[in-house]
Design a protein around this ligand. Structure first.
Ligand code: ZN
Ligand code: ZN
Length: 351
């Protein structure tokens, strides 16, 4: 009976997601009696979390401002091209598996790096898509992890242990750095915390870690990638986009005065629904917004981000569907002035 309820609820949330309706339940009514029973314990815990969340929010604003103040222009080499091949994404081309994680292979005329590893070996997408694409770890000179969340660093156990985890067949044969945005381990790699904006490899640089206070996950550091293409301008690639694209672009402006050519990756807009809903719970809109569970990411928030992106004026935008719902994607596709598309696993985009 409960299972049928949950299935019906999942069908309902999928339907409301398609219709762009914001009223779908984030927790199925099936769970409500349990929530009432648990409230004497959950209530005080949430209040404690909220206090920490607000404290972190103040700290984060200070951290990011100090980093922006300290930032100096980077000597970004003019690349002939940058090819972005999607190993893991929510949307997938025929024959590829979609998943709510991220892994991008970035190849330039100066080398290659792998940005994130999705859920790693804990789900089939990474290995399946990598095999289909003929990906070999020997192709890249470094692994870079955007931030220490399960969908980017190799799964939930990896996140809990702060240990970047990939299947043994994807470990490099020769020593290779793993550039991290915060303290963590990366067995099989030479783990290196990126302290601030700096070149990484293949002519691609890191913005350095930028912070965000997340309600459930605490203070989270995330690094975006930046590169410069000859005759075009700057390319900026994010992971989940937690620090907000506004802050990422503020940092990019401190690092180079070249025009902005392209923005790609996660913008984090689970507005009407989320990816990977399970057992009648929309995890992304409930736990993954970064806000307290009684608040949501709204259409007004999205309007502000669209205005920021239009003011920044990239020519191209490559959206990640792994942390942004279909309703938000539709609005971005319609309202961004840039030529905009949604990234698909298995595809290569020449930037
Ligand atoms: Zn993510
Ligand atoms: Zn994340």
């Amino acid at each position: 009976m409960a299972v049928q309820w949950v299935q019906a609820q999942n069908r309902l949330s999928r339907r409301t997601e398609r219709l762009g309706v914001t009223m779908s339940y984030r927790i199925s009514p099936v769970w409500w009696p349990l929530l009432v029973l648990a409230s004497p314990a959950v209530g005080p815990w949430l209040l404690l979390k909220n206090r920490r969340f607000r404290q972190n929010r103040a700290r984060v604003a200070g951290h990011n401002q100090a980093r922006l103040d300290r930032a100096v222009p980077l000597n970004l080499p003019a690349l002939d091209h940058l090819d972005l091949t999607v190993l893991v994404e929510w949307r997938a081309g025929e024959g590829f598996l979609g998943d709510a994680g991220v892994s991008y292979l970035l190849e330039t005329d100066r080398g290659a790096l792998l940005y994130d590893v999705g859920f790693g070996a804990t789900r089939p997408a990474f290995a399946h898509n990598a095999a289909r694409l003929g990906f070999d770890p020997g192709q890249v000179q470094a692994l870079t992890i955007s931030h220490l969340h399960s969908d980017h660093m190799g799964g939930l156990a990896a996140q809990r242990a702060r240990q970047v985890t990939v299947a043994p067949e994807f470990l490099p044969a020769a020593p290779m750095p793993c550039f991290l945005p915060d303290r963590a381990t990366a067995p099989g790699f030479q783990a290196e915390v990126v302290e601030g904006p700096r070149p990484l490899t293949a002519g691609i640089a890191s913005t350095g870690p930028l912070a965000r206070s997340l309600f459930f996950f605490g203070l989270t550091e995330e690094q975006a990638l930046v590169a410069r293409i000859e005759g075009k301008g700057l390319v900026v690639i994010t992971g989940c986009g937690h620090p907000t694209i506004e802050v990422v672009l503020q940092m990019v402006r401190c690092l180079s005065d070249e025009p902005l050519y392209a923005v790609g990756g996660g913008l984090h807009f689970p507005v009407t629904g989320g990816r990977g809903n399970r057992a009648g719970i929309q995890f992304q809109t409930l736990l993954g917004t970064g806000r307290p569970p009684w608040q949501r990411i709204t259409d007004e928030d999205l309007s502000r981000t669209i205005a920021v992106l239009n003011a920044a004026g990239p020519q191209r935008v490559y959206l990640s569907a792994h942390d942004t719902c279909d309703h938000a994607l539709d609005r971005l596709l319609a309202e961004l002035q840039a030529e905009t598309q949604v990234l698909e696993a298995g595809a290569t985009y020449r930037l």
